[in-house]
Design a protein around this ligand. Structure first.
Ligand code: GLV
Ligand code: MN
Ligand code: MN
Length: 412
């Protein structure tokens, strides 16, 4: 089998997809179910159909593009990732796994490979939490990690529900139908940029992921008392933003003081009401992201956050309410997929690092119902979720080649 990746075609598709954006280049913003996201989806569907893949969507808008195998009753070999992008992101996060997955399928088609198991490209809805506050919406529903009733309660910042928004985007049917039947996948493999610096630092072209760290996210609402910035004297204040400032530092401190390099905590959103320079902040809403490879340690940081909320509330006479949006277990990758990836790397004489994914991915949830593993390629300076995110053409092509070889092994 002479696998060849169409380098120019793949790179040009990455550029085309990056142009579907609500931010000025090089930044990419593509929030799920916006007009821009829907245009990008339509373009991608066309690319898949041009390669003879049959495309279907489920009720939450996950897209499945299938290349039928010779045994249609056999479980599917899946690959894919996401194309939604957080505000002011780059063009490679998720996209390399989607367009690389499509190109891997085309490379297999071109070299005359005939799969026994169908190979299916899965483009997950809303891997990013931007719109509904929870990441991996599509894969959570596919795996049953999120129940339809809980998904229906999620709203965006305008108060629109998941059901309203997805139906408005043209994705009909019931959320109950999204969960995949057991045994649907024989294996699932996701290609992705590393989003961290290890591969580049260690001069290694590829990483094979053995474990995905455990993510959690919370929303904290603080309510104090507003008033005139000139007239209310300092002893009389109950400033919600000052309370939030203490809490943010307490969260940082809790993550730093576990003593483990794997513990990370971020307050990525701080909304201040009413947001006027001469008005004391009366309400603040924080969005908090806490992760670790170790579940106990991660949960200890959540506990420390709750303790800090109570202490700050008492000290500053403000009300503090924290709401846990998700707290997921870490995921172990499956030996059969890890072995297929390792075998492919060896075949192409490529060295790789066995590594943990500190970012979460849809594979974390698909891993609950199917054997999964991930293949990482380096990204410059480890940057991701920023406009200067960059993966080199050579690395993208290498990752796609190894992905194609792996899909061949798993579907033969
Ligand atoms: C995924 O985008 C993550 O935040 O890990
Ligand atoms: Mn991301
Ligand atoms: Mn991603």
């Amino acid at each position: 089998m002479n696998l060849e990746i169409d380098r120019d075609g793949l790179l040009s598709e990455i550029e085309t997809l990056a142009a579907f954006s609500d931010a000025e280049a090089p930044a990419v913003t593509r929030i799920v179910f916006t007009a821009t996201d829907l245009k990008a989806r339509a373009w991608l569907k066309g690319r898949c159909e041009q390669s003879g893949l049959k495309v279907r969507y489920d009720a939450i808008g996950n897209a499945f593009a299938r290349w039928d195998g010779s045994d249609r009753a056999a479980p599917v070999v899946g690959t894919g990732s996401h194309i939604d992008a957080i505000p002011n992101a780059g063009k490679y996060d998720g996209v390399v796994g989607v367009l690389g997955g499509l190109e891997a399928i085309r490379a297999l088609q071109r070299c005359g490979f005939r799969p026994r198991n169908s190979i299916e490209l899965l483009v997950f809805t809303s891997e990013e939490p931007t719109r509904f506050g929870i990441g991996c919406l599509g894969s959570r529903l596919l795996s049953g990690a999120l129940l339809p009733a809980a998904a229906r309660k999620l709203t965006d910042k305008d108060g629109a529900t998941v059901d309203e928004v997805r139906r408005g985007a043209g994705f009909e049917g019931e959320l109950e139908e999204v969960k995949l039947p057991s045994g649907y996948h024989k294996a699932f493999v996701e290609l992705h940029i590393e989003q961290g610096p290890r591969l580049e630092r260690e001069h290694l072209p590829l990483g094979v992921v053995t474990k995905i760290a455990a993510p959690a996210s919370l929303r904290v609402s603080i309510e104090g008392a507003g008033g005139h910035a000139g007239a209310v004297l300092m002893p009389d204040r109950r400033d919600a933003l000052c309370a939030a400032a203490e809490l943010i530092l307490a969260i940082e401190n809790a993550a730093r003081s576990t003593g483990a390099i794997d513990t990370v905590a971020t307050v990525g959103i701080c909304e201040v009401f009413p947001g006027a320079v001469n008005s004391i902040p009366s309400q603040v809403r924080l969005s908090v992201d806490i992760r670790d490879t170790d579940l106990r340690r991660r949960d200890d940081v959540i506990q420390a956050l709750d303790t800090a909320c109570r202490a700050i509330s008492a000290k500053r006479q403000v009300s503090v309410r924290s709401e846990l949006l998700n707290a997921d277990a870490p995921g172990d990758c499956a030996p059969i997929v890890i072995e297929a990836l390792s075998q492919s790397c060896r075949k192409h004489r490529l060295t790789f690092l066995s590594m943990v994914s500190r970012a979460y991915h849809d594979s974390l949830f698909i891993g609950r119902i199917a054997p999964v593993a991930m293949l990482f390629i380096p990204c410059r300076d480890g940057y991701s979720h920023r406009p200067d995110e960059y993966a080199s053409p050579d690395d993208i092509v290498r990752g796609t080649l190894v992905l194609a070889e792996t899909l061949a092994i798993l579907s033969a």
